[in-house]
Design a protein around this ligand. Structure first.
Ligand SMILES: Cc1cc2nc3c(=O)[nH]c(=O)nc-3n(C[C@H](O)[C@H](O)[C@H](O)COP(=O)(O)OP(=O)(O)OC[C@H]3O[C@@H](n4cnc5c(N)ncnc54)[C@H](O)[C@@H]3O)c2cc1C
Length: 557
C-alpha cells in the first residue's frame, strides 16, 4: 500500500520538471513533484552573492527562457516573470581599444510570444561591423536580407520539436539541401573555428563568434551541432539574443511553481528520490530515500540526468535483453565539456572600458566579451592552456565575458554599487583535487581582475568590494545534475545530440522497454541551458501518444 498516490509523479524540481508537471496538471491529472533539495529551482536559482546586499545567479543567468512557449501557455508574465532586454545585446572588446557593439534588433511580445525584427537596428549593427571589416559587414547584409530568418526558423524548429522520427520534417536536412540557403552538408561536421572562418573574413569577427559559442559549452576546436552554430553565428552579432531575468533567475521557478500550485499540482521538497518502481515493464511509482512509497497511476516523469536514472533510480529494474548494453553506453557518456568558472564581483563603480572612446555604448552590453582576435591561439591553445590552470598557474591571456545586471535592475545591488557576473571556460572538476580547487578559487579573482584591467583599467582591487568565483568543483557539488561540474548535464557534442541524445534508443524521451516512464531531462533533449526544451518536447511526445492537450497546434512550435 503506497503512502501517497498521484496520477503523475515528477522527479526533480528544476525548470524542466516544473514544466512537465504544469503540462500534466492542465490535462486534469493529479500531479506530485518531488525535489531532493530543500527548495525548488535547481539551476534556476538566485542567491545573495558574493556578499549580502547583492544578488547573483549561481547558475542560469542570461535569460533565454523568454523564447519558451511556456511563457504563454502558463501566462508566466502574470505570475511574476519579467524580462528586461538591454539596448545592447553583445559587445566584443579588443585589447587595442576597438570594439563591436551589437544593438538588440528584435522585440518580443509577452502576450503572444511573437518576435518582431527591427530592420533599422540591423542596419545599425551592420554599420558597426563595417568599422572593423567591410567584407564582414557585406556578408551580414547578405544574411539579413533573407537568410537570417531561414536559418533562425530552422534552428528554432529543431529546438522546439522532438528529434524527428522517420518521415517527420527534419529542418537541418531541409536547410542543408536547399540550394542558396548558404549552408550545405559540410557545415554539419565543422568545428566552431571552421564554421566562423567559413562565415567571416576578419579574425575580429571570428574571435567574437568563437567566444560566444564558447558560452554554449564548446571550445573552438570542438565540432558543434549546426543548430547551435546558426543560433550563435551570426544571430548574436545581429543583435538577437537573451535578456535579463528581472529580480533574478529564480523568478522563472517561482512563476512555474505558482502556475502549478494554482492548478492544484503539489510539490514536495527534501524528497530525495531513490528508486523508480517498475512492475511488469510499467512504471508504477517511486520510492524516496526515507522509504516513502509514492504511487503513480498514469506516468512517472523524470527530469534528472539520465546517468542517475539508470545507475541509481533504475538500478534494480530489468531493462530487458538490451538493458546491459544501454547501461554501458549511458555510463560512457562524455561529460568533459561545459565546465566554467562562474563568479560574482561586486564593486563601487561599473567597469569603464577603454573602448568607450570607440563607442560609448560598449558597456551597455548584456554580454561583454573581452579578448584578442588571435584565432590561431583560440583554436590551438586556448583549451590546452586553460586545462593547465592549477594552483600558482594561470594562462597569461583569458577570454572573459561579463554582465553587470545591476546597471538595469536595481534589485541586484545597493544604490550606487554594482555586481558583475564573470565567466571563463574551464575543465572537469575531477581533473583537480578538492584542495587544489580551493586554492584555484582563492587565486582566480586576482587573475581575472588583471585580465579585466587590460580592457577596463578601473577594475582594480580598490574598486572591488567582494568576490566569489565558483569553480567546476563548486558547480558539481551544487546539483547531482551537473556531472563533473559541467553546466549542460551532458554536453551537446554532435554524438550526443538530437536523434543521438543521450543514446539513439532513448532519443524519444523513453526507455523502450518501460511503459509510462518519460524523461524530461536536458540530458534527453537539447539541454544547453534554462530553456525548457526538454520539458516541452517530452510533453509533446506524451501528448501525441496519449492524445492530450496540444497547445502548439496553430502556432509555429
Ligand atoms: C554555472 C552555470 C551557469 C549557467 N548559465 C546559464 C545561463 O546563463 N543561461 C541558461 O539558460 N542556462 C545556464 N545554465 C544552465 C542551466 O542552469 C541548467 O541547464 C538548467 O538549470 C537545468 O535545468 P533542469 O531542470 O534540467 O535541471 P536542474 O536545474 O539541475 O534541476 C534538477 C533538480 O532535480 C533535483 N534532483 C536531483 N536528483 C534528485 C533526486 N534523486 N530526487 C529528487 N530530486 C533530485 C536537483 O536538486 C534539482 O533541483 C548554467 C548552469 C550553470 C551550472
Amino acid at each position: 500500500m503506497a503512502d501517497a498516490s498521484f496520477d503523475v509523479v515528477v522527479i526533480g524540481g528544476g525548470h524542466q520538471g516544473l514544466i512537465a508537471a504544469n503540462y500534466m496538471v492542465r490535462n486534469g491529472y493529479t500531479v506530485g513533484l518531488f525535489e531532493q533539495r530543500r527548495e525548488l529551482g535547481g539551476g534556476g536559482a538566485t542567491e545573495s552573492r558574493p556578499i549580502s546586499g547583492f544578488i547573483g545567479n549561481p547558475c542560469a543567468h542570461v535569460a533565454g527562457f523568454y523564447a519558451s512557449p511556456c511563457n504563454q501557455d502558463f501566462k508566466l508574465h502574470e505570475r511574476g516573470l519579467e524580462y528586461f532586454f538591454p539596448k545592447v545585446n553583445t559587445s566584443m572588446v579588443y585589447p587595442d581599444g576597438r570594439c563591436i557593439v551589437s544593438y538588440r534588433s528584435i522585440e518580443w511580445d509577452p502576450e503572444t510570444g511573437m518576435i518582431a525584427p527591427q530592420p533599422d537596428i540591423v542596419e545599425k549593427n551592420v554599420k558597426e561591423v563595417a568599422r572593423i571589416s567591410q567584407k564582414d559587414a557585406d556578408r551580414l547584409s547578405w544574411f539579413a536580407e533573407g537568410k537570417g530568418w531561414e536559418w533562425g526558423f530552422a534552428a528554432m524548429t529543431v529546438l522546439w520539436n522532438p528529434p524527428p522520427l522517420p518521415g517527420e520534417f527534419d529542418p537541418v536536412e531541409a536547410i542543408v539541401t536547399t540550394p542558396g540557403s548558404g549552408l550545405d552538408r559540410r557545415h554539419c561536421y565543422m568545428t566552431a573555428t571552421e564554421f566562423v572562418s567559413d562565415f567571416f573574413e576578419s579574425n575580429e569577427l571570428r574571435a567574437h563568434a568563437l567566444r560566444m559559442i564558447g558560452s554554449g559549452g564548446y571550445y573552438p576546436d570542438d565540432p558543434v551541432p549546426l543548430p547551435i552554430l546558426i543560433t550563435n553565428v551570426p544571430q548574436q552579432i545581429m543583435g538577437m539574443g537573451g535578456g535579463v531575468y528581472v529580480g533574478g533567475t529564480h523568478n522563472v521557478i517561482h512563476a512555474l511553481q505558482r502556475a502549478l500550485s494554482e492548478e492544484g499540482g503539489q510539490f514536495f521538497v527534501g524528497a530525495d528520490v531513490d528508486e523508480i518502481l517498475v512492475e511488469n515493464g510499467r512504471a508504477t511509482g517511486i520510492k524516496l530515500a526515507d522509504g516513502t512509497h509514492i504511487e503513480a497511476k498514469k506516468f512517472v516523469i523524470s527530469s534528472i540526468v539520465v546517468t542517475q536514472t539508470l545507475a541509481r533510480h533504475m538500478r534494480n529494474v530489468d531493462l530487458g535483453t538490451e538493458g546491459a548494453e544501454w547501461r554501458r553506453k549511458i555510463a560512457k557518456l562524455r561529460v568533459d565539456r561545459g565546465q566554467i568558472f562562474w563568479g560574482h564581483i561586486c564593486m563601487h563603480e561599473e567597469p569603464n572600458y577603454n573602448a568607450m572612446q570607440w563607442n560609448p555604448d560598449v558597456r551597455d552590453g548584456r554580454w561583454i566579451f573581452m579578448g584578442d582576435a588571435d584565432i590561431e591561439y583560440m583554436d590551438r591553445e586556448y583549451r590546452f592552456r586553460n586545462a593547465q590552470i592549477r594552483p600558482g598557474q594561470c594562462p597569461d591571456r583569458l577570454y572573459l565575458w561579463e554582465g553587470t545586471d545591476s546597471k538595469w535592475d536595481p534589485r541586484y545591488a545597493p544604490p550606487g554599487k554594482h555586481v558583475s557576473l564573470l565567466e571563463e571556460m574551464a575543465f572537469p572538476a575531477s581533473w583537480r583535487t578538492e584542495a587544489e580547487w580551493m586554492q584555484i578559487k582563492k587565486e582566480a579573482p586576482d587573475h581575472f581582475l588583471k585580465e579585466w584591467q587590460k580592457y577596463a583599467p578601473n577594475m582594480t582591487w580598490d574598486n572591488v568590494i567582494a568576490t566569489n568565483i565558483d569553480t567546476p568543483w563548486d558547480i558539481q557539488h551544487r546539483s547531482d545534475n551537473f556531472l563533473d561540474g559541467n553546466w549542460g548535464l551532458i554536453p551537446g557534442i554532435p554524438s550526443q545530440w538530437c536523434t543521438l541524445r543521450p543514446i539513439p534508443e532513448f532519443a524519444q524521451y523513453q526507455i523502450p522497454t518501460i511503459e509510462n516512464f518519460w524523461m524530461a531531462s536536458g540530458s534527453c533533449h537539447y539541454s544547453q541551458g534554462l530553456t525548457g526544451w526538454a520539458g516541452y518536447n517530452c510533453y509533446k511526445r506524451i501528448a501525441q501518444k496519449h492524445d492530450l492537450w496540444k497547445p502548439w497546434e496553430g502556432r509555429l512550435y
